[in-house]
Design a protein around this ligand. Structure first.
Ligand code: DMJ
Length: 369
């Protein structure tokens, strides 16, 4: 953004204050996408070695979650000082959203261990796919047994698919491309359906493909962008068009939505980035101007409905008039949609619009100029 003095001040603060020798536990997935990713992107932007050293130190402290697991599927929580781990019941997104950060770290420090644990975890999930190539959404990291039958593109599976593509895009690792393609094909075959001409992805039984429900989490709208990045522009634009109709109906997207009834199933809005993420992805991957216009509607509606006295907030009820605001501004609002809007609208010379990669939390890992 050209905020050179601000990043300088931020780096100084980090040098003075940030360390990870803390006797407390963190959620491995969130710590990776927010903090490891943030430090790595900061290092790529500034080439300040301290940021890379911190990213490595933090990742070393996350490693016990992977290394103590008999399957290679990470435990969900780890104590940063003692390496004690907890919670073997986990989900595709929480076990499979590491390769972009861990692989970037491995490349930067010439140590393959980080790449290897991230790949092993993703493979452990892929290898347990059903005969129709779908994964369920809950698994035991110790036994490797599925604990649910529900296949979804939304949470808690979403970014597992995103990082299969990421492993290919960032590291040209053909295994990741194959894993991504196998799942993407199965999702189109067993989960996609058209209702009133609109494309949606149902929750289905991961072994039979039988439909379980037509609820759609707002987070699933990221999948349009992922399809575009992976080269499937037809389904990408169709799926974003479905969400565009939801945006037109409600002004801002509800957390939960049933495409069978076209009604909100959860009327809150957690100030989320996925729609803007997909707009940016379709814009930079050949879709052009119409997707900037969509992002603009998202931006203007957010400003109108989420503006609060000291910033921006989630909305507790988007169906009330006026909408009933909550009192929280999530970290991803800064890391993601504000960045997606900026990149879509600024034409900044500091971003390579042709060759780039943003992590699931919006950290720029390729494309900084
Ligand atoms: C973000 O933290 C990331 O995009 C993550 O992959 C899932 N969802 C949240 C924001 O909704």
């Amino acid at each position: 953004m050209g905020l050179d003095a601000e990043i300088e001040a931020g780096v100084r603060w980090i040098e003075k204050n940030l360390h990870f020798d803390i006797d407390g536990e963190v959620q491995v997935f969130e710590t990776n996408i927010r903090m490891v990713g943030g430090l790595l992107s900061g290092w790529l932007a500034t080439r300040n070695r301290h940021l890379l050293d911190l990213a490595r130190d933090l990742t070393d402290r996350l490693l016990p979650a992977f290394l103590k697991s008999p399957t290679g599927i990470p435990y969900r929580f780890v104590n940063l000082r003692t390496g004690a781990v907890r919670d073997a019941t986990t989900f595709p997104a929480e076990l499979g959203t590491y390769i972009s950060e861990f692989g970037t770290l491995s490349r930067a420090v010439s140590d393959p261990r980080y790449y290897d644990v991230a790949k092993k975890a993703a493979k452990a999930c892929f290898d347990r796919r059903s005969a129709i190539d779908l994964v369920a959404d809950t698994i035991d990291a110790e036994t490797g047994k599925w604990l649910s039958r529900r296949a979804t593109i939304g949470p808690p599976s979403d970014s597992y698919f995103e990082y299969l593509y990421g492993g290919w895009r960032l590291f040209a690792d053909a295994d990741f491309r194959r894993w991504y393609d196998v799942h993407a094909g199965a999702i189109l075959k067993h989960q996609a359906e058209r209702v009133d001409g609109r494309l949606w992805f149902a929750q289905v039984d991961f072994e039979t493909g039988a439909r379980l429900d037509r609820r759609q989490s707002e987070l699933a709208s990221f999948y349009a962008g992922l399809l575009a990045k992976a080269g499937d522009h037809v389904h990408a634009s169709d799926y974003l068009a479905s969400w565009t109709d939801v945006q037109a109906r409600f002004d801002v997207l509800p957390e939960g939505f049933d495409y069978g009834t076209f009604q909100a199933t959860r009327a809150s809005n957690e100030l989320r980035p996925e729609f803007a993420d997909s707009c940016l992805a379709l814009y930079v991957h050949g879709g052009g101007e119409p997707y900037r216009r969509l992002a603009r509607i998202h931006y203007e509606n957010m400003k109108r409905t989420s503006r609060a006295r000291f910033g921006y907030t989630i909305i507790d009820d988007i169906t009330a008039r006026p909408m009933r605001q909550g009192d929280l501004c999530p970290g991803y609002w800064w890391a993601e949609q504000m960045k997606y809007y900026w990149l879509a609208f600024s034409a900044t010379p500091r971003f390579d619009y042709r060759k780039n990669y943003l992590s699931t939390e919006g950290k720029v890992l390729v494309g900084l100029k």
